[in-house]
Design a protein around this ligand. Structure first.
Ligand SMILES: [Zn+2]
Length: 453
């Protein structure tokens, strides 16, 4: 059977100028709405001296003050709501960020939002090669963060049967069984869960080439190209990067197409800016900065100019080789608040991951431990090995630790103390919400400062 190329051809291929006109129209309507219906925004915009009529062009969005996570938390629980709770046209589902560093940020979805959410996710599943009649295994977490639900609704919308597997990697045997027994064609999970399950399958001698599996979508954590190659090798798939934020009912915000050169950000639903995180000024097209998101067609929750802390790049081609016209963002490099300054240099966990994955001995996880001794930063790196037998030869361990330390130094400028540790011995992030690398960094310097007070 042959299928069409796009899930929603007209909007996915709408010429760039028309998309921009649609964005402006939706932005103006949204600012008008929040100013008149939401006291949080009314106060925010009055204090900044900006009125809805000031938004005459897309660039005028810069007149609106940023939303910081801190200020959004101040509006907890219902301050960001646009719709009544329940009832006709009201919010019928609520999700929330994990709240690991403070109050959760809730997001309210009306039925209209859920319909739009399903469409955006179906576009992405379609774009990465799934078609009606396929079986999709959803291994993001189902819960307060939106990870599991987005692709679940998207798969249902396009006639793909979805298996709500959830993200608990300890049930890897069931992951593997279901892929074969139900003829799974596509799956989604965090890259770290993927590496874990793939490695287990490899140990068990499983060959996924004998299954129907062809596509994997991975997100919720920054992951370097080396991880992609490893996942493709483990599962015999084409691996795609996708990115979303719970505050915007992500996934369904951005995903790679067949070119795998950046992720299309759905411009009819979101306006993405890229700013210098220090000054708040826009950076040039394609230059690195912090992503700032505005939700253009939200019905239940207002999110305008929300600072993500994610570092990436944004560019907008007239038309991608895949035929789509929506702008692109680069793979998330890290978060401004994940950047770990060590001995005066900035280190990102994703850089370290890329360096370690060049070693076939590297297992599924690693942990960065930073401390201060005699006024100087210490930098320790615990790395899981793939097989515990590798730890038996002292000479081998010493050599490998030295080589890994050199590899990390070559990308970060800092030489760590590498300690090889047994497989599966370090804490691991499994949920669909841990886009931060905080699970991988243990910064004891701040603890010390607190204890000394
Ligand atoms: Zn494309």
């Amino acid at each position: 059977m042959s299928f069409r190329r796009f899930f929603q051809e007209e909007i996915e291929t709408l010429p760039k100028e028309k998309l921009k006109a649609l964005q402006l129209q939706r932005l103006q309507a949204m600012v008008e709405l929040v100013y008149h219906q939401n006291s949080f925004y009314r106060k925010l915009y009055d204090e900044a001296g900006v009125k809805p009529s000031d938004i005459q062009s897309l660039e005028d969005i810069r007149k609106l003050p940023f939303l910081e996570k801190k200020s959004v938390r101040g509006a907890y629980p219902y301050g960001m709501a646009l719709a009544p709770i329940g009832g006709e046209n009201g919010a019928v589902e609520v999700h929330a960020t994990s709240g690991t560093t403070g109050k959760s940020v809730p997001v309210f979805a009306t039925m209209k939002d859920i319909e739009n959410w399903a469409d955006l996710n179906a576009r992405e599943l379609w774009m990465t090669g799934l078609r009606p009649g396929d079986v999709f295994m959803n291994s993001y977490g189902y819960g307060l963060p939106t990870g599991g639900f987005g692709f679940h609704y998207g798969a249902m919308k396009m006639g793909v049967m979805v298996i709500p597997m959830g993200s608990d990697a300890r049930q890897y045997e069931r992951f593997i069984d279901f892929i074969f027994d139900f003829g799974v064609a596509g799956m989604c999970m965090t890259p770290s869960v993927g590496l874990y399950v793939g490695n287990k399958a490899r140990e068990m001698g499983i060959d996924f080439k004998k299954s129907k599996l062809k596509v994997g979508l991975f997100g919720a954590e920054p992951w370097p190209w080396e991880t992609r190659l490893k996942l493709e090798e483990y599962f015999g798939i084409t691996a795609y990067d996708e990115f979303g934020m719970t505050e915007f009912l992500g996934p369904g915000m951005t995903c790679e197409c067949e070119t795998r050169d950046g992720m299309h950000a759905w411009a009819d639903a979101f306006l993405v800016e890229c700013i210098n995180p220090e000054t708040g000024e826009p950076v040039g097209e394609g230059e690195e900065g912090e992503l700032v998101w505005t939700w253009l067609n939200a019905d239940g929750t207002a999110m305008l100019r929300y600072r993500s802390r994610d570092l990436s790049r944004v560019w907008w081609e007239e038309r991608c080789a895949c035929g789509r016209t929506h702008p692109k963002i680069a793979a998330i490099k890290g978060r401004t608040d994940d950047a770990v300054p060590i001995r005066g240099l900035i280190v990102f966990p994703s850089q370290i991951e890329a360096a370690l994955l060049r070693f076939p001995e590297t297992g599924a996880n690693f942990r960065i431990i930073v401390d201060k001794r005699n006024g100087l930063d210490t930098f320790d790196l615990k790395v899981e090995v793939k097989e515990n037998a590798m730890l038996e030869s002292e000479e081998f361990v010493k050599q490998l630790q030295k080589q890994m330390a050199e590899a990390v130094k070559s990308v970060t400028g800092n030489t760590p103390h590498v300690h090889l540790v047994p497989a599966d011995s370090l804490p691991r992030a499994t949920g669909g919400e841990s886009k931060t690398a905080s699970a991988r960094v243990e910064d004891r310097r701040n603890l010390q400062a607190v204890e000394q007070k």
